[in-house]
Ligand binder design. Structure first.
Ligand code: PMV
Length: 309
């Protein structure tokens, strides 16, 4: 084995379409500059998992993910230490589980010298992500693998991943929540509601799909105002779908009050991050910070930069 070996993968923001994407509607997402790095070194005995994320210390799922990734790559999964260094807040809706899955695959592949093609990496990333989330659309691993561009995603075997070219850069502010929440819980809760009222939820998902189409047109036209309106319409639908919370609504309102053109939850919801679109991200981030909200500024421009504000 070639040790030490490293793998890195990106976090992501979903601009439009989360949750409905699990039910086959399109969504827009982009990788962000913030990510997660995995280093594999030699150890003794069963593979050991170490993380700088304290919330993973007592969590059995990362070790399970490592074991499954090793098996898929034909490695015994012993005599290894797998160390994670993450720039992504966990449980925020920024795709940290998928980034972990893809980074582990990349690091183990580098350790063995095995070349993993993109389709295989995506399929494996998705399988491993489901250890955390159960039913997943695959949009997060697709973003974790992206080099930062914006893309339109529709689930499928294989999924459709089509790059979108924004006519201008899309500056955004992420307003983080106070505590970690569970995407798996939000996805599972929605699944239970959908089971009892399918027609109603399918209609809501169709309306989300229509907002995503309008948003894609706005992105390609560089029309930030129209994209802001799409954010707001999507947020209203996410509320109807039952994945928003009063605390998310408060941050959405705070972002709009601070001058954002539109704001919505991003990712799994039920708490978690809020994404706001604005031509003046520093000003909006400062106004939110003054209200005690932690923020990140990201810019999608065909290539994406992400950094802590
Ligand atoms: O909370 P995150 O960052 O894992 O995003 C989940 C996105 C969902 O659409 C809610 C689920 C999925 O698999 O697409």
């Amino acid at each position: 084995m070639n040790l030490p070996a490293r793998g890195r993968a990106a976090g992501k923001v979903i601009l439009l379409g989360e949750h409905a994407v699990v039910y086959g509607r399109p969504a827009l997402a982009a990788g962000i500059g913030l990510g997660l790095e995995v280093e594999v070194t030699a150890g003794t005995g069963p593979a050991r998992f170490e993380s700088d994320r304290p919330e993973l210390a007592d969590d059995p799922r990362p070790a399970c993910l490592v074991a499954e990734a090793a098996a898929a790559l034909g490695i015994a999964g012993r005599d290894l230490v797998v160390r994670v260094r993450s720039e992504l807040p966990a449980g925020a809706g920024l795709g940290s589980s998928a980034a972990l899955a893809v980074a582990v695959v990349r690091a183990l592949a580098a350790a063995t010298g095995r070349v993993v093609g993109r389709d295989e990496e995506l399929a494996l990333g998705r399988r491993l992500e489901s250890i955390f989330h159960g039913q997943s659309s695959g949009i997060d691993p697709a973003a974790a693998m992206s080099d930062g561009g914006l893309f339109r995603f529709t689930r499928g075997e294989p999924p459709s991943i089509v790059p979108l070219r924004p006519a201008r850069s899309l500056p955004m502010v992420i307003a983080l929540g106070d505590r970690a929440r569970s995407t798996g819980g939000a996805v599972g809760g929605l699944r239970a509601r959908w089971e009892t009222e399918r027609a109603r939820y399918e209609r809501l998902f169709d309306r989300v799909g229509a907002v995503v189409e309008d948003g894609a047109v706005a992105v390609e036209a560089g029309d930030l105002d129209a994209l802001g309106r799409a954010f707001d319409r999507n947020q209203a639908l996410l509320g109807e779908i039952g994945v928003s919370t009063p605390e998310v609504e408060a941050r959405v309102l705070a972002a709009r009050r601070a001058g954002a053109l539109g704001a919505k939850l991003t990712g799994g919801g039920a708490g978690g991050a809020v994404l706001a679109i604005t031509p003046e991200p520093e000003r909006v981030a400062a106004a939110l910070a003054a209200e005690g909200v932690r923020t990140l500024v990201v810019k999608v421009a065909g290539a994406v930069e992400g950094r802590a504000a």
